[in-house]
Write a protein that binds this ligand. Structure first.
Ligand SMILES: [Zn+2]
Length: 84
């Protein structure tokens, strides 16, 4: 199993059990990337509200993906939290 660091709790977890968020290497657009079909710099977060909230609060996604504006993907993540 591939282990990846969660951008919320910072623990190493199985990559298959996490959300993979990728900055596409040409367009620099941000995508959810469950099948790893999109190439680019990626960050991972556990599929639970606490880790998503922590990631958004600490703004670690911006650093992990080296982006200035993560507002679009943050909106999607906030909707995921509300939907659970
Ligand atoms: Zn986590």
């Amino acid at each position: 199993m591939k282990k990846r660091k969660c951008q919320g709790c910072k623990e190493l977890k199985d990559a298959d059990s996490m959300y993979k968020i990728t900055k596409e290497y040409k367009s620099n657009d941000i995508y959810f990337n469950p099948n790893s079909k999109i190439l680019g710099r990626s960050a991972y977060v556990c599929k639970n509200n606490n880790c998503i909230k922590l990631m958004l609060k600490k703004k670690t996604l911006k650093n992990a993906l080296k982006i200035n504006d993560s507002s679009k993907i943050e909106c999607i993540l906030l909707n995921i939290i509300k939907g659970q």
